[in-house]
Design a protein around this ligand. Structure first.
Ligand code: SAM
Length: 275
């Protein structure tokens, strides 16, 4: 389709720069500029906002974010083959796109964050997506440096992020996300929307920080949820044995016969605070 920003269609960009998708880098590109705009719009107004993007690839989502008025995009891309294509986008939007070549897992986003509002928007590489999300959820300082996260995941991961108790997808990720954020799945994206198509449906998840999450030490919360969900079919008196078992549950006034997936985030925080 013709690009609204006057830049060449992404298919041409990919062909010209020889960006054959590499599976090891989780490269499933979005070439439909309507769709990249829909992802970027899910983040709300971008006027005056600095956006961190992970894995811009050939720049489809980056272009949508810039076209929607972001003050600046700081993008971290691991694949050096993408840099010339991104340089063309940077030239089209002078001073508004900074590309950092490197591994986003090693990037210190917080220290790169400028003054003013920051949002994170990304079509994440599936192999590192969950770890990046966890890193963004675990800074000691809260509320964090970002105002929102708008992230594409495999649908199954999206379901785990937004899950509440008594949901089959509820687990460690759901507790962590539910503790510090409010989240929802915005819309699904079918495999054929990507080049090459992945095997599964994807989904865009939008998360915003809770301004006053229950006071809780993230390390202790992790300890409790790891024990509880490590043996999710067992009763808590069994699964929580390594962290205090029946005595801990009694102090927290939680029935030891319950299973991990029935506990609310508030109850997990109560247990963590009693460790
Ligand atoms: N944003 C583009 C789009 O929507 O079409 C590309 C998304 S593709 C799913 C994931 C991108 O992340 C690829 O460009 C890949 O090279 C990059 N990537 C993979 N692992 C990375 C890492 N550890 N750090 C930064 N970028 C990474």
């Amino acid at each position: 389709m013709a690009a609204l920003d006057g830049l060449p269609p992404l298919r041409d960009v990919i062909a010209r720069h020889g960006l054959d998708a590499k599976k090891a880098l989780g490269q499933n590109f979005l070439l439909d500029l309507n769709l990249t705009q829909k992802v970027a719009r899910t983040a709300g107004s971008l006027e005056g906002v600095t956006v961190f993007e992970v894995g811009p690839g050939p720049g489809g989502l980056t272009r949508a974010i810039l076209a929607l008025g972001a003050k600046k995009v700081i993008a971290v891309e691991r694949d050096p083959r993408c840099l010339p294509a991104l340089a063309e986008v940077a030239e089209h939007y002078p001073g508004r796109l900074e590309v950092i070549e490197g591994d986003a897992l090693k990037a210190d986003f917080e220290s790169m964050a400028p003054e003013g509002p920051v949002k994170i928007i990304a079509n994440l590489p599936y192999n590192v997506g969950t770890q990046l999300l966890v890193n963004w959820l675990l800074p000691r300082q809260w509320p964090p440096f970002w105002q929102s996260l708008t992230l594409m995941f495999q649908k199954e991961v999206g379901q785990r992020i937004v899950a509440n108790e008594d949901d089959n997808h509820y687990g460690r990720l759901g507790v962590l996300c539910g503790w510090r954020t409010e989240s929802h799945m915005a819309f699904d994206v079918p495999p054929q929307a990507f080049t090459p198509p992945p095997k599964v449906t994807s989904t865009v998840v939008h998360l915003t920080p809770r301004l006053n999450p229950l006071p809780c030490d993230p390390d202790k919360l992790e300890k409790v949820t790891m024990a509880a969900f490590g043996q999710r079919r067992k009763m808590l008196r069994q699964s929580l044995k390594p962290v205090g078992g029946e005595a801990l549950l009694a102090k927290a006034e939680i029935d030891p016969k319950r299973r991990a997936e029935t506990l609310s985030v508030e109850e997990f925080c109560r247990l963590a605070n009693l460790l």
